[in-house]
Write a protein that binds this ligand. Structure first.
Ligand SMILES: [Zn+2]
Length: 407
């Protein structure tokens, strides 16, 4: 057998292992014959997959199908929610959240800690590690936790496990976070750009189920996205893809921290909204580039959505403008890629439903109708938990793939 055929077979087998888990996640319990029919595989192939996954602890017997029409009642299979757990960690520019998650995507327990303003490298790393340690110490499931997944702001290098230079969290620049966490917890650790992890979480446990292709947009302090194509996270470059935040929306727009002018991030992110609200309030110019690393005077991110809910007309207008810019960027992507669904998450959309409505209206208005009629634009189902759930999912996905690679 030549090498590429072997590799391809392994890839198909890994996809099938993940496929069985996805079906059981969606349907609860199924017979082997039902799995074979839904996956278009032979009964023997499914039998082998089920046996393997059962031995590894992912799935279990779930009684008999009493509704079977006649003859011997077939056995049902379901996920085994109590055998394998992960820790999902969401590193946000202002806080870290860690939780122990089972295979059904349920958080058994979680812990959240805030970073101090302008925290230095040592302090940020300490808060992250002590939060993970607190979850591990409180959990009675320690021996069943197979690994730790980290969703962190990009750019980052998931292979080296190193954060590169995310503008909103200078305390983590060039930090080899994966190695530090592994040294402290002795658990294998995997890292992914936050929007990628959120896309994966939404695909496994949220509104992205049942779709082959999906764009997830994280509209938060900055704007990022993750792409699922053919049911797989699109990871063409080790440093990520789908940087929707740096699509140019206005060629004469404000300078972005990436060096370009008029990026979506510089026009529509939470930081851009705060800058434009503060410019009006304080009467001074706030640059997108410098405000990301400097002290904020006036409104800050945690005040933004409450101010909109209180009806501050300036804040509401800035949020609507931002949603329209995001809608324009999405219309371009819809015309280019026609993903089956687009999910809008992040605190701007999760906490202010009008934001989502304005994004949707603009995206529909500006994309080709023959395309957008086939697509579903929806809010995030996982909401504020998307980062943590997505981070935990990275580990499940990794293990299901790697164990399948062993033979
Ligand atoms: Zn940019």
């Amino acid at each position: 057998m030549n090498n590429s055929v072997g590799k391809n077979n392994r890839h198909v087998r890994n996809m099938n292992r993940i496929g069985v888990i996805s079906l059981l996640r969606d349907y609860g319990s199924l017979t082997k014959a039902e799995i074979a029919a839904k996956m278009d595989l032979t009964f023997t192939a499914v039998n082998n997959l089920v046996e393997e996954l059962m031995q590894e602890g992912w799935i279990m017997d779930a009684g008999y199908d009493v509704d079977a029409y006649r003859g011997r009642k077939p056995k049902l299979i379901s996920l085994n929610p109590d055998d394998i757990y992960t820790i999902g960690v969401h590193v946000d520019p202002t806080f870290v959240r860690a939780g122990v998650m089972n295979l059904q995507g349920n958080m058994i327990m979680e812990e959240r800690r805030d970073f101090e303003d302008n925290a230095n490298r040592g302090s940020v790393v300490n808060v992250i590690i002590s939060t993970i340690q607190a979850v591990l110490d409180q959990s009675e499931l320690k021996s069943r936790i197979i690994g730790i997944g980290i969703a962190a702001p990009g750019p980052l290098d998931p292979i080296q496990g190193k954060i590169l230079s995310p503008p909103n969290i200078p305390g983590l620049h060039q930090v080899r976070l994966k190695g530090l966490i592994e040294e402290n917890t002795e658990l294998p650790t995997y890292m992914e750009k936050d929007a990628n992890a959120m896309a994966l979480g939404e695909q496994w446990y949220g509104n992205g189920r049942h779709f082959n292709s999906m764009l997830y947009v994280n509209a938060d302090m900055s704007i990022g996205s993750g792409l699922i194509l053919d049911q797989k996270l699109y990871r063409v470059s080790p440093f990520g893809a789908g940087e929707i935040g740096h699509c140019t929306i206005d060629m004469d727009g404000p300078r972005c921290y990436c060096g370009n002018h008029g990026c979506l991030d510089a026009m529509a992110s939470g930081m851009a909204i705060i800058n434009s609200v503060n410019e009006k309030r304080l009467g001074t110019h706030c640059s997108h580039e410098s405000s990301l690393v400097n002290d904020q005077h006036g409104l800050n991110m945690s005040d933004l959505i409450p101010a909109a809910h209180d009806g501050d007309p300036n804040v509401v207008q800035c949020l609507i403008n931002s949603a329209q810019y995001v809608g324009i960027a999405l219309a371009n992507i819809m015309n280019l890629l026609t993903p089956e669904t687009i999910i809008i998450g992040g605190s701007l959309a999760n906490q202010y439903p009008d934001f989502f409505e304005h994004v949707k209206e603009t995206a529909y208005k500006r994309s080709l109708s023959s395309f957008h009629n086939q697509m579903v634009l929806q809010p995030s189902e996982l909401g504020e938990h998307a980062g943590m759930v997505g981070a935990g999912t990275i580990v499940f996905e990794k293990y299901l793939s790697e164990m399948g690679d062993k033979e």
